[in-house]
Design a binder for this molecule. Structure first.
Ligand SMILES: Cc1ncc(COP(=O)(O)OP(=O)(O)O)c(N)n1
Ligand SMILES: Cc1nc(C(=O)O)sc1CCOP(=O)(O)O
Ligand SMILES: [Mg+2]
Length: 209
């Protein structure tokens, strides 16, 4: 992975979409997203074989466009379908353990403090995601809103380590996240619920790429 692939990191699952997720992903790809995370989570989310079938469809769309396909949380699914990577949280196994399982794939880790950041780097994470930078209604169990200070601190300590901000990021505030030192923005609603996911993604590309 190179840090440029984090520039416009779109995340979605069926619960974030009012249209078929396949269609939204295709539109977002047309707009220029640089990475995609399949995050099938929450009430009414698909599970089991249905989840796997959807993952395979979305993976195929990403492959055709040469966009990395990352699976959120579900390490077994990521290994089974040979996803390009997995994104794990603080409650999951350490990045060093996950890296062994995913064999050469991308490992992203959520961090909320400098201690968590230093551990993720030491454990061999490829990038970190940190948030919520701004208030979000998409994930209810977030840490307190953090603003951009931690991004600045992490960038000062490890200037070349890839960092992405997440939580409440819109085309209006994305520039602030980049200015703080992020390599990109992770976005759910501002693309998945946009009237035109293609146009929304294109506006993020203008700001972040
Ligand atoms: C790029 C990116 N950054 C952070 C997260 C949040 O992960 P986590 O804290 O494990 O929460 P869930 O997304 O699993 O609810 C992420 N998914 N992606
Ligand atoms: C999945 C997720 N993780 C967060 C964190 O702070 O770790 S915030 C968040 C939701 C991001 O969705 P939206 O772009 O719609 O605000
Ligand atoms: Mg998680």
């Amino acid at each position: 992975m190179n840090s440029e692939q984090l520039a416009v990191y779109f995340i979605a699952g069926t619960t974030n979409c009012l249209k078929p997720i396949e269609q939204i992903l295709q539109e977002a790809i047309k707009g220029g997203i640089t990475m995609f995370q399949f995050r099938e989570k929450g009430a009414n989310a698909k599970t089991g074989e249905e989840k796997k079938a959807l993952a395979l469809k979305l993976q195929s769309i990403c492959r055709s466009a040469d966009i990395p396909f990352i699976v959120n949380d579900d390490i077994d699914l990521a290994v089974e379908i040979e996803a390009d990577g997995v994104h794990i949280g603080q409650e999951d196994e350490a990045a060093s353990v996950v890296r062994e399982k995913i064999k050469g794939g991308i490992v992203g880790v959520s961090v909320h403090t400098m201690e968590e950041f230093e551990k993720a780097v030491a454990d061999g994470a490829d990038y970190v995601g940190t948030g919520p930078v701004y208030p979000t209604a998409t994930k209810l169990d977030t840490r307190p809103v953090a603003g951009t200070v931690l991004i600045q601190q992490m960038k000062n300590q490890q200037p070349s380590f890839p960092i992405v901000g997440i939580g409440g990021i819109t085309v209006q505030n994305a520039a602030e996240v980049m200015k703080a030192g992020a390599d990109g923005v992770s976005v759910i609603t501002a693309i998945s619920m946009a009237k035109s996911p293609e146009a929304a993604a294109a506006r993020f590309v203008e700001t972040c790429k």
